[in-house]
Design a protein around this ligand. Structure first.
Ligand SMILES: [Zn+2]
Length: 169
């Protein structure tokens, strides 16, 4: 029998604020990055939209973003995780993706430099990573999510709340 998925709202509240949850997540992810040979640089982490914003009618929306060091006043990578995403395992995989951009300082986009790191970390969006390898990674993310408790966001649900007829006016 498949183990029952834990819903975010059923997890215990351990961290009251999403920024704290995200920063604690980085600390729990850090050993895995180190094992793969990569050091996570200092990062600023927030819940927020990317510079593209969010357009409910758009085919594709940016759900997380990492700003390069040269774009920030203090020279520290600035990461935003969209409020659309709130399931802890999804947040963690997104966070890992953005942390890879931070390690690469956004130099290679999703090119070779990025792929080298995302392969070492067995990310699902790397085509060379097998389903089995990614599943093992998800197990690690689940264990981290269990330590972090509820992601203190409910998720903004535009698909249910956005009225397209209203938008047409
Ligand atoms: Zn990316």
């Amino acid at each position: 029998m498949k183990p029952k998925r834990i819903r975010n709202e059923d997890r215990p509240v351990i961290h009251k604020y999403a920024e704290v949850w995200l920063n604690e997540a980085v600390e729990l992810l850090r050993p895995g990055f180190a094992d793969a040979g990569f050091e996570i640089p200092p990062v600023h982490l927030s819940v927020g939209f990317s510079t593209d914003g969010y357009k409910p009618a758009a085919k594709k929306n940016t759900i997380a973003v990492c700003h390069a060091k040269c774009m920030t006043v203090d020279g520290i990578n600035e990461i935003f995780i969209s409020p659309i995403v709130y399931e802890p395992v999804n947040v963690l995989s997104l966070l890992v993706h953005e942390l890879i951009h931070a390690i690469d300082d956004c130099k290679s986009g999703h090119g070779e430099g990025f792929l080298k790191i995302s392969y070492a970390l067995k990310c699902a969006d790397n085509p060379s990573v097998s389903v089995l390898e990614f599943r093992e990674k998800v197990q690690q993310y689940r264990a981290i999510a269990d330590q972090l408790g509820r992601y203190p966001r409910s998720g903004v649900n535009y698909t249910n709340t956005f009225d397209f007829r209203q938008a047409a006016h």
